[in-house]
Design a protein around this ligand. Structure first.
Ligand code: PLP
Length: 407
């Protein structure tokens, strides 16, 4: 099927941005738009029907992460879960302290929340990461003060796919009585997550990253952990997230979790094999190409490269013309010309960060699509480098950089 490009069939390699909704998920959701449209708070049969579906979905979400159903609340997605968790703990624990620890490579849903809290009088430590994107538990330990009330460290990074040692950091937080939150939006459903084993107090997840609908998510809050409410209203979701529940979305999330659990081992094995083939072929076949992120502690579906002398944007657009959808930075920051905060945090200079490419595979991808991609990518890189002054003069640039470093 090497003529995919000519036929303009589209190939989607951007599953960390979002995923298509699984047909089985859609099938389960549909009746909740039509005949089963009830409000889960209503006492009549329509309401009871909606509530039953919601509680069934809650059990499925809980099962996927090793929680009890009563420890899960539904939200509108990963961003809202992060906000409810972080602000909720911060305001609840204000009398104990005002210090929060997070990392420099969190998703904006965590970083912007922390920056806002700084403006409300909280102090935040942003931990650095190594060049492979891994945060050191030692750095986390060293950052703890008597005023630390929360540690929030993502499970897996949305750009470079690096998986963090959260079990160890969670244990450390638990020993010191500090709440531990993890943004697991990219890892849940892809790799095993067990909130009990991993010592997690609060965990954010999102439906649209796991073949569920957009606009649905969940927050796990361990029994015995208390947070302040930041969304006030009619008292839905134990008073922590008021608003009439999005039953079709919640049903979809529940089904997506059930499918993810059933498919995780097989999908993970297949995708990591495909990912490794991409990595090997690209690094072996394209000169001055590099892998970003950790070589093994990475999400099974994520390959993240940088290519000397190329603009990631141009690469993305040329591949798009050939029918292949990938990403450069993360989807949320790709509209900005700023280099990605994740790539600069792993030590890349702005020029190198701009030459990056994220390939994130998913359930529906095939070997034929990979063949086509691996044929097209080197051609596109060659074509762009032929037009790139940075590539033509790379040796002079390197010499100049060395001279500057010596000064
Ligand atoms: N956290 C991470 C790590 C993400 O990758 C994303 C989405 O890209 C979010 C949070 C936000 O999730 P949502 O789009 O469901 O609000």
């Amino acid at each position: 099927m090497t003529d995919l490009g000519e036929k303009m069939q589209r190939i989607y390699f951007d599953h960390s941005a979002t995923t298509p909704v699984d047909p089985e998920v859609i099938r389960e959701m549909l009746p909740y738009f039509t005949e089963k449209f009830g409000n889960a708070s209503s006492l009549h049969s329509f309401g009871r029907e909606a509530r039953y579906a919601m509680e069934n979905a809650r059990s499925r979400v809980a099962m996927l992460i090793g929680a009890s159903p009563e420890e899960v609340i539904f939200t509108s997605g990963g961003t809202e879960s992060d906000n409810i968790a972080i602000k909720g703990i911060a305001f609840r624990s204000k009398s104990k302290g005002n210090h929060i620890i997070t990392t420099k490579i969190e998703h904006p849903a965590v970083l912007a929340t922390c920056r806002w809290l700084e403006r409300q009088g909280f102090a935040v430590s942003y931990l650095p990461v190594a060049s492979d994107g891994v945060v050191s538990p030692e750095d986390a330990r060293a950052a703890i003060t008597e005023k630390t009330i929360l540690i929030s460290i993502m499970h897996a990074n949305n750009e470079i796919g690096t998986i963090q040692p959260i079990e160890e950091i969670g244990r450390m937080a638990r020993e010191r009585g500090i709440a531990f939150h993890t943004d697991a939006v990219q890892s849940v459903g892809k790799i095993p997550v067990d909130v009990k084993k991993m010592n997690i107090d609060l965990l954010s997840l999102s439906s649209h990253k796991i073949y569920g609908p957009k606009g649905a998510g969940a927050l796990y809050i361990r029994k015995g952990v208390f947070i302040d409410t930041i969304i006030h209203g009619g008292g839905h979701e134990r008073g922590l997230r008021s608003s009439t529940e999005n039953i079709p979305g919640i049903v979809g999330l529940g089904k997506a979790c059930e499918l993810a659990q059933a498919r995780m081992a097989a999908d993970g094995a297949r995708l990591s094999k495909m990912r490794d083939r991409i990595i090997k072929t690209v690094l072996g076949g394209i000169e001055e190409s590099y892998l970003n992120g950790h070589p093994t502690k990475r999400l099974p579906h994520n390959a993240h490269f940088r290519f000397t002398g190329i603009e990631g944007e141009s690469l993305l657009l040329r591949l798009d013309e050939k029918g292949i959808a990938v990403s450069t930075g993360s989807a949320c920051s790709s509209k900005s010309l700023e280099p990605s905060h994740v790539l600069t945090s792993i030590g890349l200079n702005p020029v190198d960060s701009h030459g990056s490419l994220r390939v994130t595979l998913g359930r529906e991808n095939t070997e034929e699509e990979m063949d086509y991609f691996l044929k097209v990518l080197p051609e596109v890189v060659k074509e762009l480098r032929a037009m790139s002054p940075v590539w033509q003069h790379r040796e002079d640039i390197e010499k100049w950089k060395k001279t500057m470093e010596k000064r």
